[in-house]
Design a protein around this ligand. Sequence first.
Ligand code: SF4
Length: 361
Amino acid sequence: MYKNQQPIPDEYILMSERDREERIRAIKANLGSKMIILGHHYQRDEVIRFTDYRGDSLKLAQIAAQEKEAEYIVFCGVHFMAETADMLTSPDQKVILPDLNAGCSMAEMADIDDVEECWNRLLAKYSQEIIPVTYVNSSAEVKAFCGCNGGMTCTSSNVTKIFSKLLDEKKSILFLPDEHLGRNTGLTLGLRNQDILLWSRDHSEDVELPQQAPKLILWDGYCGVHQKFKAHHVDEVRKKYPGITVVVHPECSHDVVEKSDLSGSTDFIIRQITAAQKGSIWAVGTEINLVHRLALENPDKKVISLNENTCLCISMSRISQPHLLAALESLNQGNVVNQISVDPKITADAILALNRMLALV
Ligand code: SF4
């Protein structure tokens, strides 16, 4: 977790929501095209209503890269998303994260030194070609590691295509950092559990490498939000709402995905529910802010969370309206605060990994 956020002045917390919103609107009008505000789907409503674009992490970073006029890119997401935006934008564009403590716990589970230790052991043991693939929910350093070692990034939308291509080419895959996205994808493509090795980051010395290179080696990271959905929740909603459709994100564990009707990225979930028939009932296994918004935007359908006990991304929700206003006030005065800036060498290597992904999909 990044813990270098200075407390914001009390005035931003104590002022009324109405005053804060007026101030945010006034600053947006004053800065005009010099600033854009990006918001991830999991962001709070009080923040998302001021964003110019809403989307998943990669889509937002690509939008930032296209918005050449914008000198300030205020990213209402988490740290790795702001890093990706910084890497894809030009050097004169500045990416700002309104709360520097907004880190993603899953991305932080893949420490670069641990990843390199794993990689060195794999290389020492196997002659088989192994390609490192990292979910975009990872640090710039891990992306750079993949870029340097012939690997690539992936998203939850394109991971199946990327795995499929590499497995067809008879290459093994080291997948970082989300065990569940990797396992769900591998099993969907016909791998068996015995083709998959789980690498324990905390007990790496206990990991026994089999004689033959596994087809898929999974880092044991996970998302604490999607981990909260359990198979019994699927049974419970089916009992309570006969005819319900259950859709979950593939960061959920395999037993949950297996019991659900559909599984896919946030964009996939949004498209499914938007296109669904009037009167249909949906249980959604993903972050609660997105589920609430889907319910509000689809009043002709019933949309509920698969787990009634709030599944909130606490990291993302650190970016509150007071934090957004504090960052904007500084920018309005010409002071750049909370800038996320990735080392140029790391950027160059990470871009290799991002470009290999884009070339494949
Ligand atoms: S929902 Fe999970 S993977 Fe996404 S930012 Fe939050 S902790 Fe990270």
